[in-house]
Write a protein that binds this ligand. Structure first.
Ligand code: SF4
Length: 487
């Protein structure tokens, strides 16, 4: 894909990547339809609530240190600011830094929606600059501004001259995509088009796109073995660091859904190699990923030494736990960046995946290839029933009731809670580094063991909770039900 950084807007995942939110079948069929171009996705005749892409976009940008987010829309759109504020401050405090970023809603009212409010927006941008002296200002649109055609680009162009830091328009109309991960691309586009500068000199840095840098210290320590310095993005990153992303040795990410746009953009525009392997989750993922970094950075001998040393420590322990996990059955529901990575790890640990739900599915990434995690599963003859559902929990509950797995895994707490109430032990894969490398793969295996060994909590809770799902709902054949629900 050719990156158009001169404009502030970009296509949705549906348009750029052929992404879908409705499908039922199996992995092989999903991949073969992706490859031959027949995968069109389906819509639902009934849908539970989903998420607005602005949460992903502005959540990412708001994590950058000392910036201002101006969310131009009705007050309700800015409701996300409260959780954003808490997460930003907690993540900063954990690292021992102060993040003074501010999140301002413009509180559009009926009058603004009828007559427009570009003059007020210009004043707000100038006032935010005067009051907070941010290092960059992101001005976001919303559904309301999109519907009335509020021209935020012109407002940004007008005030830019008077402000000494980057002022960037961010197009976050929630209605334009059903896929909240489009918000990740929107934030990357804002950074690429408004902050990243052409390289002046090459550095020994590696751009590491992640969520909350929880494994920061151990990753810094690991990369010291290869004379590389990771720059974690975007939580706690500084605007100055972002300016120099084009000077890195490579870009990598903990999740392909999260890092795909930035990685491909930096590669295409500035020639920074994007590490396009399966992700560093589980043993195979970690080794494949690290070897590719070693190849790109010219550090293969050091990487091989590190792998050998770490294998000696962890592989015997992982093998020992695997004996206790063998034969377990699991269902999982996650964003696609994790669904197809975690299924590989579960397979590696001897756990059978009976059904996997991806909250959306990207037919291809920006480079035109199907996601590497998917390719790996197909090349290794790993197949299972799969569906694509944007966190449609009623479908999850039906599938869990049908398969009665030993375990449900999800990266979204709202989903695991319902599984537990139904009586299914669940693992909340909250931390993005929960399965990273050998050490965390071992911990993950133990977390699964802990979850399934004592099931009394789930059993007792299930006996006492009345769920809103009827027997009729549960008795529907999963496949038939989904086919009917998806037209
Ligand atoms: S931008 Fe649209 S979808 Fe997003 S919170 Fe506002 S009204 Fe809702």
């Amino acid at each position: 894909m050719a990156f158009q950084l001169s404009g502030s807007n970009l296509g949705t995942r549906e348009n750029r990547l052929g992404s879908i939110t409705g499908y039922v079948g199996d992995l092989e069929d999903l991949a073969s339809q992706s490859k031959c171009g027949t995968l069109t996705g389906c819509s639902r005749c009934f849908s539970q609530s989903s998420t607005c892409l602005s949460g992903c976009a502005l959540g990412q940008l708001g994590g950058i240190r000392d910036v201002a987010i101006i969310h131009h829309g009705p007050a309700g759109c800015s409701a996300t600011a409260s959780s954003q504020y808490i997460v930003t401050n907690q993540v900063a405090a954990k690292r021992g830094v102060v993040n003074s970023s501010v999140y301002i809603g413009t509180d559009m009212d009926e009058n603004d929606t009828i007559f427009g409010s570009t003059d007020a927006l210009a004043e707000i941008i100038l006032e935010v600059n005067r009051r907070y002296h941010p290092k960059a200002i992101f001005v976001s649109s919303s559904c309301a501004t999109g519907i009335i055609g509020e021209d935020i680009d012109s407002v940004v162009d007008e005030v830019k001259e008077a402000i000494p830091v980057p002022v960037i328009a961010v197009h976050c109309e929630g209605f334009k995509s059903r896929i909240w991960a489009t918000g990740f691309d929107i934030s990357d586009h804002a950074v690429l088009s408004g902050i990243v500068e052409p390289p002046r000199k090459k550095q020994n840095t590696i751009n590491f796109k992640n969520f909350y840098e929880s494994a920061r210290n151990e990753i810094i320590e690991m990369f010291q073995n290869f004379d590389l310095e990771p720059v974690f993005l975007y939580a706690n990153a500084t605007v100055e660091e972002l300016k120099h992303l084009s000077e890195a040795v490579a870009t990598t990410c903990i999740c392909g859904t999260l890092g795909n746009y930035l990685g491909n953009g930096l590669e295409e525009v500035y020639g920074v190699p994007y590490i396009r392997t399966i992700n560093p989750l589980g043993i195979t993922g970690f080794e494949t990923w690290l070897r590719e970094i070693g190849r790109v950075a010219g550090k293969q001998p050091q990487v091989e030494r590190y792998i050998e040393e770490q294998r000696n420590i962890y592989i015997p322990q992982i093998e020992a736990v695997k004996k206790e996990l063998k034969g377990l059955k699991a269902v999982l529901g996650m964003g696609p960046g994790y669904t197809f990575e975690v299924t590989r790890v579960l397979n590696e640990l001897g756990i059978e995946v009976v059904w996997a739900l991806a909250w959306h599915y990207d037919k291809r990434y920006e480079n035109g290839e199907i996601p590497p995690a998917m390719s790996y599963l197909l090349e290794n003859d790993i197949n299972f029933e799969a569906s694509v559902a944007d966190q449609q929990n009623f479908e999850v509950m039906n599938i869990l009731n049908k398969f009665r797995p030993d375990l449900y895994l999800s990266r979204h707490p709202g989903s695991t809670v319902w599984a537990i109430k139904q009586g299914t032990p669940a693992v909340y894969v909250a931390d993005e580094y929960m399965i990273f490398g050998y050490k965390h793969t071992l911990e993950f295996a133990h977390a699964i063991l802990d979850t399934i060994r004592n099931r009394s909590f789930e059993q007792n809770l299930a006996k006492r909770v009345k769920l809103p799902y009827t027997d009729w709902w549960y008795q529907q054949e999963v496949g038939k039900f989904l086919e009917e629900a998806i037209s």
